[in-house]
Design a protein around this ligand. Structure first.
Ligand code: SF4
Length: 232
C-alpha cells in the first residue's frame, strides 16, 4: 500500500486507530502506536523499529501465541514509534496483515467476498470433511468463533451461501457493519474486514464434522493446511 493510500484509509474513516491499536501523530511527523488502553500510560516499554510489530503481535499478555492476529488479545505495555507513513504502513501490516489493503479495496468497491460454503467446498485433503458441516452447526460455530467479544475483531462481509444466508444468526447486526467499532468503544476506526472464512474457522468446522462422525470415518492421512482463507 502506498503512503498516500494508507493516509487515505485513516482519513477516510476519521480514525486514529485500527483494531486495538491507537495511532498518535506527533509534531515531527512520526507516529506512536500503543494498545488503545495504554495510550495515556507513560511507563511503557519503548520500541522504535517497525519490525518490532511482528514480535509485539505474536503473544498475548499471558504469553500465549496468537494464531489469529485480529483476535481481541493484543498484548499491553508497549509503545512503538515509527518515523513516517511508510513505516507505519509496514508496522500495521504486521499487526493486522492485509487489513488496510482490504479496507481500501472495499472502499473502492473492489473487495471480493466468498460465501462460507464455497470456502469449505474448495478444501482438500484432511480439511475436505469441513464442507459437511450442517447449516445449524455452521451458524453456531460462526456465532461463537467469530464473535467480537473474545473471538475476532473483524467485520464479517461474507454470507453463508450464494443465496445470501447470513454468516450467523447468532451475531448482532453490528458484526456485519464496517462502520461499527468492533472493540465496543464506539471510536472512529478503520474496520478489520473479513472477506472470507479464515483457515482457523475452516479447521474448527472440520473438528465439528469429525466429532459428529462415526469413529471409523477419519481414514484420511493427508496432512496440510486449510486452503485459502486468511490465517493471520
Ligand atoms: S472467519 Fe473472519 S471473522 Fe471469523 S475468526 Fe476468521 S478472520 Fe475472524
Amino acid at each position: 500500500m502506498s503512503e498516500t493510500a494508507l493516509r487515505a484509509a485513516l482519513a477516510k474513516s476519521g480514525a486514529a486507530g485500527i483494531g486495538q491499536i491507537s495511532i498518535a501523530t506527533r509534531e515531527d511527523g512520526s507516529f506512536a502506536l500503543t494498545h488503545h488502553e495504554d495510550a495515556a500510560r507513560d511507563d511503557l516499554a519503548l520500541y522504535a523499529n517497525a519490525d518490532d510489530a511482528a514480535q509485539l503481535s505474536r503473544f498475548d499478555d499471558a504469553g500465549n501465541y496468537r494464531p489469529l492476529k485480529t483476535a481481541p488479545s493484543l498484548r499491553h505495555g508497549w509503545r512503538l514509534t515509527v518515523p513516517d507513513h511508510r513505516s507505519l504502513d509496514f508496522a500495521l501490516d504486521l499487526f493486522y496483515p492485509g487489513r488496510l489493503a482490504a479496507f481500501l479495496a472495499w472502499d473502492r468497491g473492489r473487495l471480493v467476498t466468498t460465501p462460507l460454503r464455497e470456502t469449505l467446498q474448495r478444501q482438500t485433503g484432511m480439511y475436505r470433511p469441513a464442507a459437511k458441516i450442517s447449516d445449524p452447526e455452521a451458524d453456531g460455530l460462526v456465532g461463537s468463533f467469530c464473535r467480537s467479544d473474545g473471538g475476532c475483531l473483524r467485520t464479517i462481509l461474507w454470507k453463508r451461501d450464494r443465496d445470501g444466508s447470513p454468516a450467523s444468526t447468532l451475531l448482532p447486526p453490528e458484526k456485519f457493519d464496517p462502520a461499527h467499532d468492533q472493540t465496543g468503544l464506539g471510536r472512529p476506526t478503520v474496520p478489520l474486514l473479513c472477506q472470507e472464512a479464515c483457515n482457523l474457522l475452516v479447521a474448527e468446522a472440520r473438528k465439528i464434522v469429525k466429532c459428529g462422525a462415526s469413529a471409523d470415518s477419519d481414514t484420511s492421512s493427508e496432512a496440510g493446511e486449510p486452503r485459502d482463507g486468511t490465517h493471520q
